[in-house]
Design a protein. Structure first.
Length: 149
């Protein structure tokens, strides 16, 4: 796992844009965050993690600060070439660990039930469904993970 630096912005944008456009459409919030993740995520107290396999970038995930002790698990994407190799699991576990170091007591996420493998992964990690109230039109499921102190 690699800590985010601005050098990774093109990968962060490309990986996320690919899956969003494959299943949905780019919303204005997506464009803003993908073009400038530093000001939308990093500078607001969040984090971005990049996954590599060999010397290639294989995936990414972000933790967006929501409020004290709460982070949003967002913008997780794995390059198609690396899907099925547990890169998503490794990213999710690294994000949960990072959230704990940031003082999180809860992680939330917004997704779509048509992303069956992603929802299955989240459930395996302990996320449970809660009522949806999110900023994304494509989201029809909201989940949370309560972290142990």
């Amino acid at each position: 796992m690699l800590e985010y630096s601005s050098l990774y912005q093109p990968w962060f944008e490309k990986l996320n844009r690919n899956w969003i456009e494959q299943y949905f459409w780019m919303e204005p919030i997506d464009v803003a965050v993908l073009k400038d993740p530093e000001s939308h995520i990093i500078e607001k107290g969040g984090a971005i993690i990049m996954a590599s396999v060999g010397d290639e970038i294989a995936g990414t995930v972000a933790l967006k600060y929501v409020e004290p002790e709460v982070y949003e698990f967002t913008k997780m994407a794995v390059d198609e070439k690396f899907r099925g190799q547990k890169v998503g699991l490794a990213l999710a576990e690294a994000a949960i660990e990072k959230a704990q170091t940031l003082g999180a007591k809860k992680i939330i996420l917004y997704s779509s039930t048509k992303l069956v493998p992603a929802i299955s992964l989240y459930r395996k990690l302990g996320f449970v469904e809660i009522p949806v109230d999110g900023p994304y039109k494509r989201s029809d499921i909201k989940m949370q993970l309560l972290l142990q102190p």
